[in-house]
Design a protein around this ligand. Structure first.
Ligand code: ATP
Ligand code: MG
Length: 447
């Protein structure tokens, strides 16, 4: 259910101000997906918008006010109300110099893609689609508003937003828009790293990440957005592989199983797992390409790359660990090897197994049986560990020494093992010290 914002609409209407629903919310409605991205555009200036918002008794934020945006908390969600824009961008500058426009038409014309450039009048319901955005949305096309190269020159971040939409929406680039991106891709270098990284992060976590990455390559943006990956396309492999390193990487990114909570780490690990291959490639004695120790070199390169992206230390650490360990292949029948493997992964063995399965998806051999066996062995080890903790005596050696006022000796081990066995058998609750003391006394009484 879309929110109504009746009080907001009424307050704008009462002052004779326009109010248009714009951007993501309309896009999501046409796509039939829930939206938490509600933006309005208005002819009221930010001071007046703030006054109206405060008049509603709602919580208000003014952090975006110098860009023309006032945030209002309505019906439990933050809503952004932005004064019509008529931006003039200084080419290559980080932020637009904000100028306010006079009409919704002017505002829509400065938006980047047709699928973000339609509006619905909140008072009358009038639908305003000046650039064919609805048709493009239904056809799944990302098309620049206006002359593509000129728009990308104004703000090169739009190139990355476009390829990000390819991944997020599963759309494709209109050919003229892609050509405009190719012409201007070098300008990405002038953008701040934070803005680039935010777009790459969204691209990688979209529903069609391989398509987004391929769009990044096709538009020539890859060497500017992720120069560290530029050696992957065309890096041929050997008979174990169906694709070159780039094709294999894309297949792995698309194949890796993800949940919302591990999506970021797993997708980035899939992207970077073979980063070391172009650097270490060498000819083996049998004449084939070899990639000896590519996971070690790859982990070092991945660490440097993620630091450059300002990725966040905790997530970067896990991604690098997964890259470093993705060639590990412990014998599932060897309990100690399985435990060593799990210890090295510090709680992330499931992520590594997901990476190994995805990696295998574009190999020429099927390793599913091995991965199933390794997963079963890891689960068994985890269960044994849990049981070992549960089998612990509720009383420690120190407890027993104090209780019986006797010097430590082999008797402690005897009592603790007995208590532990009873916990494992369910005869004694894991933390029940009182019962454990009674049992200990009885055991000691028997000598
Ligand atoms: P998301 O919210 O997923 O980042 P979005 O397209 O909704 O995607 P916002 O940053 O919320 O992006 O911006 C809201 C609207 O402002 C967009 O729908 C688009 O019309 C416009 N817009 C955003 N960034 C730009 C830009 N760099 N150039 C032109 N218009 C833009
Ligand atoms: Mg948005």
């Amino acid at each position: 259910m879309e929110p109504t914002h009746a009080a907001l609409r009424e307050a704008f209407r009462a002052r004779g101000r326009q109010l248009w629903l714009v951007g993501g919310a309309l896009r999501d409605r046409l796509l039939g997906i829930a939206s938490h991205d509600i933006d309005y555009a208005t002819d009221a200036l930010p001071d007046e918008v703030e006054e109206i918002a405060r008049g509603l008794g709602a919580r208000v934020t003014t952090v975006g006010k110098r860009f023309g945006t006032i945030g209002v908390l309505l019906e439990g969600e933050w809503v952004e109300i932005t004064t019509f824009r008529g931006d003039s961008y200084a080419p290559g500058s980080r932020w637009p110099d904000v100028t306010f426009g006079r009409s919704i038409e002017e505002d829509l014309a400065r938006r980047d893609f047709t699928i973000t450039a339609f509006a619905e009048n909140a008072h009358t319901g009038e639908w305003l689609d000046l650039f064919g955005g609805e048709a493009d949305l239904r056809a799944g096309i990302i098309r620049a508003v206006g002359e593509p190269a000129a728009r990308f020159r104004e703000d090169p971040l739009r190139i990355l937003r476009g390829v990000r939409f390819v991944s997020q929406l599963g759309f494709r680039l209109d050919p003229a828009t892609a050509a405009g991106m190719r012409e201007t891709a070098h300008l990405i270098a002038a953008l701040s790293q934070e803005r680039i990284t935010a777009e790459l992060d969204k691209l990688l976590q979209g529903r069609a990440p391989a398509a987004g990455l391929e769009a990044l390559r096709e538009t020539g943006a890859l060497p500017f957005a992720l120069p560290e990956l530029a050696g992957m396309p065309g890096c041929e492999q050997n008979r174990f592989h169906r694709f070159d390193v780039w094709g294999h990487t894309l297949a792995t990114v698309d194949a890796i199983a993800v949940d919302p909570e591990n999506r970021r780490i797993r997708r980035w690990a899939a992207l970077l797992h073979d980063l070391g291959k172009p650097a270490v490639r060498h000819t083996k004695p049998n004449g084939e390409w070899g990639f000896y120790r590519h996971e070690v070199v790859g982990a070092e390169l991945a660490e440097a790359l993620l630091e450059r992206l300002r990725f966040g230390r905790a997530d970067a650490h896990v991604v690098v660990l997964l890259v470093r360990r993705h060639m590990e292949r412990p014998d599932p029948a060897d309990r100690r090897a399985v435990r060593r493997f799990m210890a090295k992964l510090g709680g992330h063995w499931r992520d590594l197994l997901a990476l190994k399965r995805a990696d295998n998806a574009s190999h020429t051999y099927d390793d599913t049986a091995y991965h199933d066996a390794l997963e079963a062995a890891c689960l068994r080890a985890e269960q044994e560990e849990a049981e070992a903790i549960r089998a612990e005596s509720p009383l420690s050696g120190d407890d027993l020494v104090r209780m019986f006022d006797r010097p430590p000796g082999p008797w402690i081990g005897v009592i603790k093992r007995q208590l532990g066995a009873m916990v494992l058998d369910g005869e004694l609750a894991p933390g029940d010290r009182a019962a454990a003391e009674r049992i200990a006394r009885r055991l000691m009484g028997r000598g």
